[in-house]
Write a protein that binds this ligand. Structure first.
Ligand SMILES: [Zn+2]
Length: 302
């Protein structure tokens, strides 16, 4: 249930362009999507919710995440503005509703939805509470072990393009998958990377500050210079942005260590905000205080 609440809240994040279009209106807003070319055959589609990646090969397209069900018509229009190739695979970087909401519609036109097995498990659990007609869009190709600490890797070879999917252990959730095209130095990091804001850590779904940091370190360990990085939220980033983000996570870790047992409010008050002013709260959804509570491993409401 909480994940559904989260899904409802996330579109309100100030990072998202065109936030004013957010409404209870069931009609899909006309133009919420903006497409940015990131590398050869790789694009970022901004809208409401998590950033979407689009990979185009000579004969097919691959979509990485899909925001919300009501936005799918506009999303497909944005995709058609780039390519008329059919979308063969849809990859989910993790289970949150602002990244998987479109699954239920898109499953009818893609060959398969691909995700970590914990994404399928979590979506299935959520959907058990829905009436049967509203269920659907579960990943058909689920890879990775139920134990999120087990690393997992999958390569997709499509029309000469090699796309790597990797799970480096729990981070933002217990089913995070990073999607990269090594030949293009391109990667979609899902919500492992929030660019320009505090990162949300889903503590109740296996996420942790340590896990987030371990994921980022793993990526920085092999990332070539000049990489193009799509974050789950925020603008397209560079190696420098990811290093800065890693340093921020380390500073938070050190701060928590220096103030053991303190609550979010006190941790916030004692923090050197000046040194990290480029990390903004996500409106009322993720204040500094709440961020510190999550970073300390305290789920909301405790
Ligand atoms: Zn998320």
């Amino acid at each position: 249930m909480r994940a559904l609440v989260l899904a409802a809240l996330l579109p309100a994040l100030p990072l998202m362009a065109h936030a004013k279009h957010r409404a209870a209106d069931p009609q899909a807003p006309a133009k919420v999507h903006r497409v940015e070319k990131v590398a050869e055959g790789a694009y970022c589609i901004f809208g409401e919710g998590g950033n979407i990646g689009l990979v185009v090969t000579s004969r097919h397209a691959i979509l990485i995440d899909d925001q919300f069900e009501r936005l799918v018509p506009g999303l497909l229009e944005a995709v058609r503005g780039v390519t008329d190739k059919p979308i063969k695979y849809l990859v989910n970087t993790h289970f949150h509703g602002d990244h998987t909401g479109g699954n239920v519609v898109l499953e009818k036109q893609v060959t398969a939805i691909v995700a970590h097995s914990n994404v399928r498990r979590r979506l299935e659990t959520q959907q058990a509470k829905l009436e049967p007609a509203k269920r659907g869009g579960l990943p058909e190709l689920a890879f990775g072990w139920p134990d999120p600490k087990e690393k997992a890797y999958l390569a997709i070879h499509l029309d000469g393009t090699e796309i790597h999917l990797a799970h480096f252990g729990p981070g933002h959730t217990d089913g995070d998958v990073l999607v990269g095209i090594p030949a293009q130095k391109f990667m979609h990091l899902g919500d492992i990377f929030f660019n320009g804001s505090l990162p949300y850590i889903d503590v109740s779904a296996g996420g942790s500050l340590e896990g987030l940091l371990a994921n980022v370190e793993a990526v920085l360990g092999f990332l070539p210079e000049g990489a193009k990085l799509i974050p789950g939220h925020g603008p397209v980033g560079t190696n420098k942005d990811l290093v800065r983000y890693r340093d921020f996570l380390k500073a938070i870790q050190a701060h928590l260590k220096a103030h053991p047992g303190q609550g979010g409010k006190d941790l916030d008050a004692a923090f050197d905000h000046k040194a990290w002013s480029d990390f903004k709260p996500l409106g009322t959804f993720l204040t500094w205080e709440r961020f510190f509570d999550l970073a300390a491993g305290r789920p909301p409401g405790r």
